[in-house]
Design a protein around this ligand. Structure first.
Ligand code: UDP
Length: 260
């Protein structure tokens, strides 16, 4: 399998075709964007950490039977994925209210929700990913009713698993975003989890201190994003405490690779 042409470039990732028509390569960039692309920068080493963290979470989800697009990680910044038809919806799952929902509905920041709340946003940057309802999804046929019912079940399993996984390393899973795709298997469409799960797409707070260990460090100009993502990776056991793979080394390694 060889890397081919760029198929798609998003804000944080690039998808390349491969010589296998069913597979693609997902490349994690260092670019960070927020507020519908109004705030942008490059944070060296972010892509390397997200590649590793997302690989770890998706492999674990696979082990509990949640089908997803990850085939294997290739190197520091790339993974082989199954090419799917992406459903044009961002599924937001909230356990604690923070971010856009607090502004939109006047809910106090940090309110613990009595059960997980799923919100749907249309994946359309030009429109600012507007909030939509299940009725909109039906009306405009972005997904059918059966698909949404299936996705909701999968989402609740993923949420339960991830809450437990993060609780075990003293991190609270506040909210996160998922994307799903359709994959033809024996002539039938299957729903599979796609995209990434990383501190770019989750809100993660330290259980004791509520310190933000996610992209809010960039959104809110809190600084130290790489040390926070590195902390998540270390607690997950991806980077070892005793090893020298510090944020600085992640940065160095990724720039060495780039110079080649
Ligand atoms: N999120 C994401 N991509 C998006 C929008 C949201 O990964 O395009 C994630 C975000 O990181 C957070 C959750 O979804 O973990 C809920 O985000 P919210 O709607 O509060 O976003 P905000 O507008 O506050 O960034």
């Amino acid at each position: 399998m060889k890397k081919g042409k760029k198929i798609y470039e998003g804000k944080a990732k690039i998808i390349y075709a491969t010589t296998d028509k069913n597979l693609a390569i997902q490349y994690f960039k260092d670019d960070a964007t927020a507020f519908n692309n109004q705030k942008k920068t490059t944070i060296e080493g972010k892509g390397v950490l997200n590649n590793r963290i997302s690989e770890y979470i998706l492999s674990n989800l696979s082990q509990i039977g949640i089908k997803n697009h990850l085939v294997k990680r290739l190197n520091m910044r790339e993974q082989v994925i199954k090419l799917v038809e992406i459903i044009p919806i961002e599924f937001i799952i909230r356990n604690v209210a923070t971010g856009s929902i607090t502004k939109r509905l006047g809910i106090e920041d940090g309110t613990v929700l009595k059960e997980p709340l799923i919100e749907y946003c249309l994946k359309d940057d030009a429109l600012g990913d507007p909030l939509i309802s299940e009725e909109h999804i039906n009306a405009f046929e972005w997904a059918n009713k059966k698909e949404i019912e299936k996705i909701k079940k999968i989402i609740l399993r993923i949420n339960d698993f991830m809450i437990g996984m993060f609780r075990g390393i003293n991190i609270k899973l506040i909210d996160f975003k998922l994307e799903f795709g359709r994959l033809k298997v024996n002539g039938k469409n299957e729903i599979i989890l796609a995209d990434e799960i990383s501190p770019d797409t989750c809100r993660l707070w330290d259980s004791m201190t509520d310190k933000k260990l996610d992209k809010d460090r960039f959104r809110k100009d809190l600084g130290d994003l790489i040390p926070a993502y590195t902390e998540v990776a270390k607690r997950l056991g991806i980077l070892h405490e005793q090893s020298n793979i510090s944020a600085v080394n992640v940065t160095k390694l990724s720039s060495i690779k780039k110079r080649k």
